[in-house]
Design a binder for this molecule. Structure first.
Ligand SMILES: CC(C)(COP(=O)(O)OP(=O)(O)OC[C@H]1O[C@@H](n2cnc3c(N)ncnc32)[C@H](O)[C@@H]1OP(=O)(O)O)[C@@H](O)C(=O)NCCC(=O)NCCS
Length: 323
């Protein structure tokens, strides 16, 4: 059977690093509060004029280099973002042109912090169905553009960045020892759309709006829903927590990451944590963490990896893959 295997991975972070202390210059907050409530120590912010597609192109080029491929070797780009360059066209098409890719097709996926899980799942479906052989899956965000800098409960938590993964069709045996994506689970529940949303939009206010979050409410849903989705993909593939080599969770908050790991009986030694350096980069957080983990030797070919995320919608999900 056809499997969607990881062929390459890469990331890009804007140059400007902002430490927690920076926020104390204009907000009633402290490094200690931010660290203890979220685990975040610093984040990167895009330079003035630097767009989501700029970050995505750099991450995609890094993934192409890692894979030893050229842009025209790619059949499709699936880009997850909630901070597109423009209302339309899709940021993915801007990336396609920026890479110098003259064939294939490109589109965006919008599932906020779960965006990369949704994009991976879509790319997997396209590969398994034979619609595409190589898919460039990107998560890229400039959340600094939608922050309310007067809201200390949100603006300290987010950052900018991009990560990219290249998936490639390969023949597998149909067992959970195959490399590639083994199981996916996508969920959403729009009844909870108000607890994490942006206050503007094209057809409602004709403004971009600012991020608003009922942090405690989101927290309450996060651990339970992430654990449920993770169990769903493990069950689909017939594996248990003991079989998992590495967990790459969405990097929102270290308390959500540790709480979910505890609920799943997954030891923290198996969990990739980058939130201290990146903050919450929404759809970019998982591919960023994967790329950093591969570079540092925390993620190796043949390892069984589970990745999970939740975000606005609420939308959440998980993917099980053998790296
Ligand atoms: C946002 C979050 C860190 C807040 O932590 P918390 O322990 O729930 O804190 P609370 O909301 O109870 O706030 C406690 C107090 O800290 C204050 N506070 C909020 N942000 C603050 C900041 N940056 N600095 C200092 N104090 C702050 C609040 O105003 C509140 O004060 P009050 O009790 O006088 O009203 C936490 O709820 C969270 O991580 N939620 C999930 C968020 C998330 O990851 N979302 C993305 C999912 S994709």
């Amino acid at each position: 059977m056809i499997r969607a295997q990881v062929r390459g991975v890469g990331h890009y972070l804007p140059e400007r690093v902002v430490e927690n202390d920076w926020f104390t210059t204009f907000l009633e907050t402290s490094d200690e509060w931010i660290r203890s409530r979220s685990g975040i120590e610093r984040r990167h912010f895009a330079a003035e004029g630097q767009t989501t597609s700029d970050l995505a192109i750099r991450a995609a080029q890094a993934a192409l280099n890692d894979a030893g491929l050229r842009p025209d070797d790619i059949d499709a780009i699936v880009l997850a973002t909630s901070t597109p360059d423009l209302t339309f066209p899709a940021t993915a098409t801007i990336v396609q042109a920026g890479l110098g890719m003259t064939r294939g097709f490109a589109f965006d996926v919008q599932a906020v912090c779960a965006g990369f899980i949704y994009a991976l799942s879509n790319a997997n479906a396209m590969i398994v169905s034979g619609q595409a052989k190589r898919v460039l899956v990107i998560g890229a965000e400039t959340f600094s553009r939608i922050m309310n800098w007067e809201d200390r409960g949100t603006c300290v938590l987010f950052g900018d960045g991009a990560g990219a993964l290249i998936l490639e069709a390969a023949e597998g045996d149909g067992t959970n020892f195959d490399r590639g994506i083994l199981a996916t689970d996508l969920q959403s529940d729009g009844r909870f759309r108000d607890i994490l949303q942006v206050s503007g939009g094209v057809s409602s206010s004709q403004t971009t709006g600012h991020l608003m979050m009922a942090g405690k409410e989101v927290f309450r849903h996060a651990v339970e829903k992430l654990a449920t989705s993770t169990v769903a993909v493990m069950d689909q593939a017939g594996v248990t927590a003991a079989d998992i080599d590495r967990v790459v969770p969405h990097q929102a908050n270290v308390r959500i990451i540790t709480g979910t790991a505890r609920k799943l009986a997954l030891p923290m030694e198996k969990v990739v944590v980058t939130v201290q350096d990146h903050g919450n980069t929404s759809a970019a957080s998982i591919p960023l963490a994967m790329s950093v983990a591969q570079s540092s030797g925390q993620l190796n070919r043949g390892e069984l990896v589970v990745t999970e995320a939740i975000g606005g919608g609420l939308a959440w999900g998980a993917v099980l893959l053998r790296w």
